[in-house]
Design a protein around this ligand. Sequence first.
Ligand SMILES: [Zn+2]
Length: 186
Amino acid sequence: MATTHVHSANATVSNAPSHPGVLFVERLPGSFASRLVSLKPFKPGDVVARLEGLTVGPKAYSSVQCGTGDDEHVELNSDLLYMNHSCEPNVVVDVSSSDRHNWHVRAVKDVRVGDLLCFFYPSTEWDMEQPFDCTCGARTCLKTIKGARYLSREELGRRNFINAHIWKMVQERDNTGNNVPIKAKL
Ligand SMILES: [Zn+2]
């Protein structure tokens, strides 16, 4: 996460790689410092990994939101936990399918061996448990990452991919006037 914010601190992930030969966790000292490195090259559109072994749990720094309901948060239970945030990410986490077997991480840029894998957290998260300051250095860096709730349609639309449940929540926000974002609506 961004380049240094990581879903990690108290993660209950074993040290055995969950995706040997594909993904590698670079474990660095300190909370939120470890990161996920690709051991394989990927082209835009390639599936990097399928989301398997998910468990439903409360919203947490380590969870991924997969729907509009309060109970629609899952733990990844794999090294994918260590994907950092970037405002211009090289992968997306796609949980938009109604069939969970289709949920996956997909490259949206060329990924070379040794590249860090990063996704755009507000593409899954509406209102994050642990906001943080982003230092990804991208031209479009949003600086403070708190979730899609605080972003305009324009800011979200600039990204490669935003999950369907987030667009649905944006629509509800903008139609009802509830949960008015900090930044002006378009
Ligand atoms: Zn950023």
